[in-house]
Design a protein around this ligand. Sequence first.
Ligand code: SIN
Ligand code: MN
Length: 283
Amino acid sequence: MYLTQEQLLIYKNQGYILLSEYLSLTEVEILKAELSALSTENSPKRILEKDGSTVRSLHGLHTENDVFNSLTRHPFIVEPAMQIVDNQVYIYQFKVNLKAAFTGDIWKWHQDYIYWRKEDGMPRPQVVNAMCLLDDMNEFNGPLFLIPGSHKEKMIDITANPRVTNTKSDKSGDNPAWISSFSANLKYSLSQELVADLVSKYGITFIKAAAGSVLFFDSNIVHASSNNISPFGRSTVIITYNSIENIPLQIQNPRPDFLVSKDYRPVTPLAPDALSQFSGVKL
Ligand code: SIN
Ligand code: MN
């Protein structure tokens, strides 16, 4: 399902496009059922909140789970990604952010591309995020905040925040260096002054949309989310598609494969009903 020229223009101008109720409720149910089984598994791919027990994120599930793998190849998602990136794409990153009811923590103001550039050596921001909502996102449950148009500032080259975080990855023992890209204490978060300037220049918005909606957003758009003190969970899957001609350069100490995939094979879209066929199937 390709975007119209008008939708592409919206994406280019504001740095994001929201496709409301884009996946079916059957597909959402399939994904949520799968997620509840997986989030209890103890693994280094599972990141916990500061409390040491709430699951914050799950990484790289698409490599080991057929349901999430089908989501990454859903034509409704891959085809717009290819259009936006203007090339064939591979999966650069796959994560589920759970933002649990009552306890889900914040994501500070940041741009994504600075991480991919500085931590992984990605040459250009020829990459796009597809955020798939598995729950309704609203004013109560820590919705995604965006500064529309802020992607036009390109990568804002800030120095890394040296603060240590106490977020833990299961079984990791001491925190590995990469954890500071996934905890509430983000490594390249923007200063309050900078965010205030950008908001006075571009304004601010937040995403309010039903489960099944998909948000495509630019790797340089400034975004954040507050904590979730509501009784409503706010889980999303974020799939990052990179151009097959934008493969990261060789760097020292690359991040683990489950965070930054080294599988550069182009994603081929499946049939539109491939994911819904898992309905009622016990895997
Ligand atoms: C992110 O920036 O990757 C996540 C933001 C969110 O889940 O609110
Ligand atoms: Mn981000």
